[in-house]
Design a protein around this ligand. Structure first.
Ligand code: ACO
Length: 214
């Protein structure tokens, strides 16, 4: 296996990898059946491509096949981004996508990590995804480790991840991330008292996790 930054000529391949992995398997996506495996998803793909264009993302390749088998898509988060993203979200058609990103944006806005940590930009690990044939071998940890190095080299003081399931939480914990906010999914209900995201075990909560690089 080899790792490195993601060059532009790999962007389409990364999107194809995400269709087979993250789009269907990420716990929130899965709980609302956002996307069938292998299928495209316009809004998620726009989100991924915009993040790739920030030029901070990392991949792991299987050298034997030259295929992308894992990625960390990292982007820059600026103080006005969350309110702008919320406004854009309100105009989107896909109600399931709105439900997922509505939660993430509102939790992050409430937390206001910029003020809390005295920073004016945050290195955000937005999508962590490993091909299911390669999971459980430390690739997510490796991708996070490289992402932290990239963030440090680019002068960021704070790295953040919205870790939506147990495995990304464990990977982040072992790389020294701390949880600043934990929201158990069973407590997140709609007006009728129904759980909005019926997440499958062993995943239980959303954790907003950070690592300070000072
Ligand atoms: N059962 C139990 N523990 C597991 C399992 C499993 N099936 N898979 C991973 N873990 C644990 C590992 O033991 C390790 O914990 P440790 O550090 O305490 O030993 C930790 O999770 C990380 O293991 P890795 O092998 O580094 O993780 P992997 O390469 O398998 O990738 C990932 C984890 C990216 C979450 C993968 O499962 C995946 O692609 N899932 C679908 C997409 C997803 O949920 N992404 C994360 C959403 S949050 C975000 O993107 C910011």
């Amino acid at each position: 296996l080899e790792s490195g930054p993601i060059p532009e000529e790999r962007f389409d391949e990364v999107i194809a990898h995400l269709r087979d992995s993250f789009f269907a398997d990420e716990p929130l996506n899965r709980s609302v059946s956002l996307c069938a495996r292998g299928q495209p998803h316009r809004e998620l793909e726009e989100h991924a491509r915009a993040t790739l264009r920030d030029g901070l993302s990392e991949m792991v390749l299987d050298a034997a096949t030259d295929r992308v088998v894992g990625v960390a898509l990292n982007g820059v988060l600026l103080p006005d981004d969350l309110s702008a993203s919320q406004a854009k979200l309100a105009e989107m058609d896909d109600a399931k996508f709105r439900r997922i990103f509505g939660l993430l944006y509102s939790v992050n806005r409430r937390l206001d990590l910029f003020t809390k940590y005295g920073v004016d930009r945050i290195f955000e690990c937005r999508i962590l995804s490993v091909d299911n044939r390669y999971r459980g071998r430390g690739l997510a940890r490796q991708l996070l480790e490289r992402s932290i190095e990239t963030a440090r080299a680019a002068g960021f003081q704070l790295v953040k991840e919205d870790a939506t399931g147990l495995f990304s939480q464990r990977a982040a914990e072992s790389m020294g991330f701390q949880t600043v906010c934990e929201l158990p999914y069973e407590e997140y209900t709609d007006e009728a008292g129904r759980v909005v995201f019926p997440i499958e075990a062993p995943h239980k909560s959303l954790k907003i996790m950070v690592k300070e690089l000072r």
